[in-house]
Design a protein around this ligand. Structure first.
Ligand SMILES: [Fe+2]
Length: 508
């Protein structure tokens, strides 16, 4: 029996139940369903039953046949499908009756309303609803992970978030491992191994990891201890593992790593749906990890560039070899004591590495001169903060560091250069670099002085008559006190003499 219901026009609500396996619809009086619709052709469409399937065919009508909103020459009809002939809209019902009653009929509308969704849900079986819930849950989990990962580019944070989210989504998981491959030519590296029950040294089967990497397929074991696939996986056998899942992490067609989840004591903890969710989370995580790798590469390139600029400067003067690196280290140490956040620390580190870059533009004869500088020569030297800013200004991402470089020779008491700024008018980072710069000059060999011990230099800074920010001096002392003097001395390549010597013109 072919059964459908009219939803529009004068026949709205009429249900057609037609015996036989072929029905023709149109304006023609001899059609099985005669439509009083001028937009319909005389013989507009035919519905036939073939082996239990219902096919609607457009009989070369003027205005065509639309099924579920799409024009079709021929289409299969299933229960609930809407079809339009001319201006007449119908909903196809099953031969055995389909949805019964006015209120239960699917609504064919151009818009989706809460009411239509409610009716659709009412027609769905419990299995469909369960599937919808499952997919909804997966999308929520992927969304939560994506949201969390989007907040950071830090690798460590990302690895921790991934492990946390997996534990949250798989309550049966006892252990989560994250393996990553940073470069094509290196193997998988275990970057997270979080277990509720085991020590961190419990191995994960290398043969399983190899097969996930080679074939990029997900693996699910309901009871690995008696699964033939894992007979050769020594660590699985030795640990007597029961439930495990392993999925590849792939982003932009590149294998990034693998996610491993296990429950070593109970079988059948994970089902196929869990594997699908883990694979989805793995894909989400793969993109975040790959972005973090790219960011790390960018940072490395950046610091290599900074380092080569510093080296270019230090090559002009053997006495300042390693100076920029040490100033950066002291500056960051001081800044940590003062409580600066990581972002400011990184900017400070960069500025400290580059603080004297302007000296590249000053003649080597002046830079490396052993004797006392003439007034003209000293005036030339004093231009290096401004020259440094001019050199670095085209590099947009260094813009925030420029004030620190420009003012690193200001003195807290106002006696410095180039602007004669005083106290807190000097940017804090510039005060820190000034402190670190002077300290390194006092404690390393220079043409104009022999080095002091760290303790002597610190005392000199304390008694420097307001040249330095007292908070920076105190922070330097706290930083140095955290290591033994011997360790601190070892950090500085220059020899520290047993006896203190007077200091000359530090940090010019
Ligand atoms: Fe300087």
């Amino acid at each position: 029996m072919i059964k459908f219901k009219c939803l529009t026009g004068r026949r709205q609500g009429q249900v057609f139940e037609l015996k036989g396996d072929c029905v023709v619809l149109g304006r023609g009086k001899d059609c099985a369903v005669c439509l009083d619709d001028e937009a319909c052709s005389r013989y507009h469409a035919r519905i036939v039953e073939v082996g239990g399937a219902y096919i609607i065919t457009d009989l070369d009508s003027t205005n065509g046949v639309r099924v579920n909103g799409k024009p079709e020459k021929e289409a299969r009809l299933t229960i609930g499908d809407g079809f339009v002939l001319g201006r007449s809209t119908f909903v196809f019902l099953s031969e055995s009756g389909g949805p019964e009653g006015e209120d239960d009929s699917p609504q064919i509308e151009n818009t989706v309303t809460l009411e239509s969704v409610r009716k659709l849900c009412a027609q769905m079986g419990s299995a469909d609803i369960e599937e919808l819930r499952r997919v909804h849950g997966m999308m929520q989990a992927a969304y939560r992970l994506g949201q969390a990962l989007s907040a950071t580019l830090d690798g460590d944070d990302i690895y921790t978030l991934i492990a946390q989210q997996i534990f949250e989504n798989f309550p049966a998981a006892e252990r989560v491992c994250l393996f990553l491959r940073r470069k094509e030519d290196v193997g998988l590296e275990l970057v997270r191994n979080v277990s509720r029950t085991k020590g961190e040294d419990a191995p994960v089967s290398r043969s399983l990891l190899r097969s996930v990497e080679a074939e990029q397929v997900a693996i699910l074991a309901s009871d690995a201890s008696c699964d033939e696939r894992f007979a050769a996986a020594e660590s699985v056998v030795i640990q007597g593992l029961r439930s495990l899942m392993l999925v590849p992490m792939v982003a932009r067609n590149k294998f990034v790593g693998a996610l491993y989840v296990e429950n070593s004591t109970r079988p059948a903890c994970f089902k196929k749906v869990d594997l699908e969710l883990l694979a989805l989370l793995g894909t989400q995580a793969a993109f975040a990890v790959q972005n973090a790798f790219l960011y790390e590469d960018l940072q490395v390139s950046f610091y290599e560039t900074i380092r080569s600029l510093s080296n270019a400067l230090e090559a002009k003067d053997k006495y300042t070899h390693g100076h920029s690196g040490r100033v950066a280290r002291y500056a960051v140490g001081i800044a940590r004591e003062l409580g600066l956040d990581e972002e400011r620390l990184e900017r400070l580190r960069t500025a400290a590495e580059l603080h004297d870059i302007g000296k590249i533009a000053i003649p080597e004869a002046i830079i490396a001169k052993k004797g006392k500088l003439t007034n003209e020569e000293f005036a030339a030297i004093k231009r290096h903060p401004q020259l440094g800013v001019e050199i670095l200004r085209p590099i947009r991402f260094l813009t925030p560091t420029l004030p620190f470089i420009l003012h690193h020779h200001e003195r807290y008491n106002g006696g410095g250069y180039p602007s004669g700024l005083k106290g807190r008018d000097i940017p804090l980072e510039a005060r820190i670099i000034n402190m670190a710069d002077a300290f390194d000059a006092m404690t390393t060999q220079r043409p104009y002085n022999t080095p002091m011990t760290f303790q002597e230099a610190l005392e000199r800074c304390r008694k420097a008559g307001g040249s330095f920010d007292p908070a920076c001096v105190q922070a330097l002392g706290a930083y140095l006190a955290k290591g033994t003097w011997a360790q601190r001395v070892a950090e500085a390549p220059a020899a520290v003499p047993a006896e203190a010597q007077p200091v000359g013109q530090p940090g010019a």
